[in-house]
Every structure is written in structure tokens, then in C-alpha cells.
Design a protein. Structure first.
Length: 254
């Protein structure tokens, strides 16, 4: 084989492997997404948080609304103390959920691949301590858990890797990981590139018929279906039957 042919083959192989690398770099959460008939769409974030979290929620809402495909708006909370899910939107809550090892959990109710409702819970049992009672830690966890309710997964799951400057990255130093980055917005564009014939957004009806609740207890989350970079169960699935399920992402303390 002459040198020119070798070079051509090398370039072809490089191009193919390069394409595979780029294509596999996405970080969607399965194929879960909100059904909607047009872009951009607006998703309500129910404000069930205390005053110490209001500015944090406002920051996350503003950050994620920079996406070209979705906007978020903060609405009066309907989740009450127990953070009950509401059809067509995401309820965001904080409480002292106990020293059970997690900083935040994000749950989505899905019918097939379509998200129908979501909740975010922030654990003040840790955020009231000196180690986590900082704007940086609160921004990181709020931003990440809200991001999960759109169908985003993590970009990286090692606490010790260098920060990727995104809240969708695990870290033990949240300084530069408090907001989404360009790759998060690109992934949202990929997730919501297609349109649906129906919508699951803004129905604002208390969840009565879709079944299932998620509490602060691991026993309510269903079976573990994925692990984080430290080998801990981090994604759980609760099968409700009929193609309906609840999926929960858990942000464990380091």
C-alpha cells in the first residue's frame, strides 16, 4: 500500500472515530422529555421554597431560560410541605428531610418517554450546616436538580475530576459549577429538536390519577437502575404500570 493511500485511510478512520466521539458526548437522561407542539416552550417551576432559597431558585430559572428551546417561569407553589407533584409542571421544595446522605433529589413522572410532572427536593438537614450552607453549593444543587427535570443527565460523575464549569458536573468544589454551560444548552436543543402532536405542559392539576409519590426515603424510589462515579446507586425507577413510571436522580453528599 503506497503512502498516499495510507494517509487517506488514516483520515477516513480518524474522521469516523472523531464523529463517534462527538456523537456519544451527549448527556440526556434516556429519551425523557416534555411533550410540546412548539419551541420555545415555557415550563412552570412551583415555588415551595423558603425565603433563604428564593434567590437561588430565581438564579436557576434565569440560567435555564437562556436556552433557545425552553423558558422557565416561577409560579406559586402547589406542592405544599410534602412537595406533591402537579401535572404539567415542576414543584421545587426545601425541608429538613433528614441526615440520609443526599443533598437533593429530582423526580420525573413519565408516560412512555414523555415527562408529565416533576419535583425537586433540597435537603436542609445538610444545607443548614457550615459545609453546605453557601450560595455556591445551593446554586450547584438547585441548578442540577432542575436540569434533571428537563431530561438532562450529568456531564461527569467524579467528584475529584477538574470542574467542567457546569452545574451538571459532580464536584467537591462548586465554585465554577454553579450554572449551565454551552454544552447543556446544546444538549437541550438535541433533546427538544423534534415536536410532538400533544403537550404535557402547564396543566396545573394536582396529581391524583397518575399514582405514586416520592418521599425522602430511599424505600419509596423503586429499584436502582444506574450508579454514579463512586459506584453508588444514583438513579431509581418506580414502575406504576401501563407504561408509566417515576424516575429519581439522587445527589449524594461526597
Amino acid at each position: 500500500m503506497n503512502n498516499s493511500l495510507k494517509i487517506c485511510l488514516f483520515l477516513v478512520m480518524f474522521g469516523l472515530f472523531g464523529w463517534v466521539s462527538v456523537a456519544s458526548a451527549g448527556h440526556s437522561w434516556g429519551n425523557y422529555h416534555w411533550a410540546r407542539t412548539s419551541n420555545p416552550f415555557t415550563l412552570k417551576l412551583g415555588d415551595n421554597v423558603s425565603g433563604t432559597w428564593d434567590a437561588i431558585l430565581a438564579t436557576s430559572s434565569s440560567d435555564w431560560s437562556l436556552s433557545d428551546v425552553l423558558n422557565t417561569t416561577i409560579a406559586p407553589g402547589l406542592g405544599s410541605k410534602n412537595c406533591k407533584a402537579t401535572l404539567g409542571r415542576v414543584e421545587v421544595c426545601n425541608s429538613k428531610y433528614g441526615k440520609n446522605g443526599w443533598l437533593g433529589i429530582a423526580s420525573i413522572w413519565a408516560s412512555g418517554s414523555h415527562i408529565t410532572q416533576g419535583t425537586v427536593k433540597l435537603n436542609d438537614s445538610y444545607f443548614s450546616t457550615a459545609a453546605y450552607n453557601t450560595v455556591a453549593w445551593k446554586n450547584l444543587v438547585m441548578c442540577q436538580e432542575v436540569g434533571h427535570t428537563f431530561g438532562l443527565d450529568h456531564q461527569d460523575e467524579s467528584f475529584t475530576n477538574a470542574n467542567l464549569d457546569t452545574c451538571m458536573d459532580y464536584t467537591n468544589n462548586p465554585g465554577t459549577n454553579q450554572h449551565p454551560n454551552a454544552h447543556d444548552y446544546e444538549e437541550l436543543e438535541a433533546i427538544y429538536e423534534h415536536l410532538d402532536s400533544t403537550t404535557t405542559i402547564s396543566q396545573t392539576t394536582a396529581s391524583k390519577n397518575f399514582g405514586g409519590e416520592i418521599s425522602e426515603l430511599r424505600s419509596s424510589w423503586g429499584r436502582a437502575v444506574a450508579q454514579d462515579g463512586a459506584g453508588r446507586d444514583s438513579v431509581f425507577e418506580k414502575d406504576l404500570g401501563g407504561g408509566n413510571k417515576i424516575l429519581t436522580h439522587v445527589f449524594w453528599i461526597e
